[in-house]
Design a protein around this ligand. Structure first.
Ligand code: SAH
Length: 221
């Protein structure tokens, strides 16, 4: 076999996960531990089985109940903001979904609090992450717009569903100098990162992205 053939073979047999990592790094993600982690997590276990062949592609995918897992670059960008700006103590995630973002947060933060309004997704994510021996996550089935319990203050809040304004209960449970990551649909759909400074919000980054909507109440079926 010629050297060219061998190079071709190596290039085309590169694992789907390492191709994804390569694309993330080309898109400007530089945090090495994050890249290594995303390369090692079996993303195909988090999507609907019919879509597992696309699990490492640059696209959002169905996770059941009409919800989607964000594309890898959006997950990486949100996490990199947290790693750059947040104290890695306690984080609140609104929208557990498949548990993929939760899994990544659990690697970096001491404690993850995650809320999901769809009973089935809540139960599946809990089982999935327990089977992966992830044990620094507290799960809640409920409407995440109500925040977590009053006496717990967060170093960071990440919302993985799109709204027009941020629910007050969520800003209230964030510490001063805490970091908020949230998709907003004004003026165009985007994901942004802010720091809480007194009663003001300092924007630290934003980029265009699409998310499913943040909804009221819960669904049991
Ligand atoms: N972070 C998830 C993304 C899931 S999509 C992942 O990695 O897979 C957003 C999720 O937010 C959906 O599961 C949806 O049911 C949930 N959601 C929407 N509104 C919510 C609310 N008010 N409270 C809690 N979860 C909510």
């Amino acid at each position: 076999m010629s050297q060219d053939d061998l190079n071709w073979l190596i290039k085309h047999t590169e694992s789907r996960a390492s191709k994804m990592v390569h694309q993330l790094s080309e898109a400007g993600i530089t945090h090495e531990e994050l890249l290594a982690l995303m390369g090692s997590i079996p993303r195909h276990d988090f999507v609907e089985p019919a879509f597992s062949h696309l699990a490492y592609s640059a696209t959002p995918l169905p996770i059941g109940r009409n919800q989607t897992i964000s594309q890898p670059l959006t997950v990486a960008r949100m996490t990199e903001w947290l790693l750059t700006y947040a104290r890695l103590g306690r984080v609140l995630e609104v929208g557990t979904g498949s548990g993929y973002q939760t899994r990544i947060l659990a690697h970096f933060f001491n404690k993850v609090h995650t809320v999901e309004r769809q009973k089935i997704l809540y139960e599946q994510a809990k089982l999935r992450l327990s089977a992966m021996n992830i044990n620094n996550v507290e799960y809640l089935f409920g409407d995440g717009q109500a925040g977590w319990s009053n006496d717990v203050e967060m170093d960071a809040v990440i919302i993985t569903a799109m709204a027009s304004k941020i629910p007050l209960a969520l800003t209230n449970c964030l510490k001063q100098q805490g970091i908020l990551i949230m998709p907003i649909d004004q003026p165009t759909p985007q994901i942004g990162c802010w720091r809480k400074e007194g009663d003001r919000w300092k924007c630290l980054g934003a980029e265009s992205a699409h998310f499913v909507p943040l909804l009221e109440g819960t669904e049991n079926a």
